[in-house]
Design a protein around this ligand. Sequence first.
Ligand SMILES: [Zn+2]
Ligand SMILES: [Zn+2]
Length: 342
Amino acid sequence: MPHPSTWLKPIADGLYCEPGDFFVDPLRAVERAVITHGHSDHARPGHGAVLATRETLAIMRARMGEGMAGRAQQAASFGERVQIGDVTMWLEPAGHVLGSAQVVMEYRGSRAVVSGDYKRRSDPTCAPFVPVPCDVFVTEATFALPVFRHPPADAEIARLLASVALFPERTHVIGCYSLGKTQRLIALLRAAGWTAPIWLHGALVGMCDVYAAMGVALGDLRPATVAAKASLVGQIVLAPPGAIADRWARRLAEPVVCMASGWMRVRQRARQGGVELPLVISDHADWDELNATLDDVGAPEVWVTHGREEALIHEAAKRGITGRALRLLGYGDEDDDAAAAA
Ligand SMILES: [Zn+2]
Ligand SMILES: [Zn+2]
């Protein structure tokens, strides 16, 4: 049985599956790509053939236009086996954003799983992560430090709604990424009983439309851009992270600036970004989720694509798991405005 390191190779263009002649989340335009999810650091424009879930393909088309989302697009359902060259591959849910998938590859009896980005917390807007036993598990490590332990999202939403009740004369504006975080926040607010309209910065509208078209109910959404300042008093407005500290937000009524991100666990980051109410809500696995996942998949070897690889590899070694840092450059900026969010 060939070890996955003999057929799955991290090269400059990304993770290359040699016997299938395709890349997983390539960092540059390539002939054949399998895409885990629609965030811009994983789904890049201009590939030849693209295989992904139908949701990810729809997200890619909405973000980059039909012509750049792959000349030939192939949708695969979760669990559907696809033969590519000598490799059998299929997708399993990653629980990160709508359509997000892990890529399972089998070659001559050896199996590797590329997680893409993932989380283990429940998320009403996407299918939950499924652990798949494998010989090599390729993981992210965005929040792989013991300091990163995300609180329950419900508790963060409760803090937000308490603040809204406390300051009825102010407008709460929440910075959130356009793909995933925005829709999860809306769904969490709806689950917490917030039935009022939720107001959106124009940059968030398109992706909410894609979610709604895919059957994710988000309730009454309205454009904040054209709304009069007075009608937003006591309301919740969502905006991309780059807009919350901007002139755009300052025209709202005494805005309470909030930010929903796993990075809000670091107080200094919140202070630097001018965030009054940091909400620790993440679409990435925290330290405990990462370690639990390594145990769940039971792989003797874990490869780390990006993030705090040293800490995770060190911790895994204590349990006899061999770690390898792939040092693939180019992952980690979820959205174009991620730098502003940091
Ligand atoms: Zn992502
Ligand atoms: Zn990512």
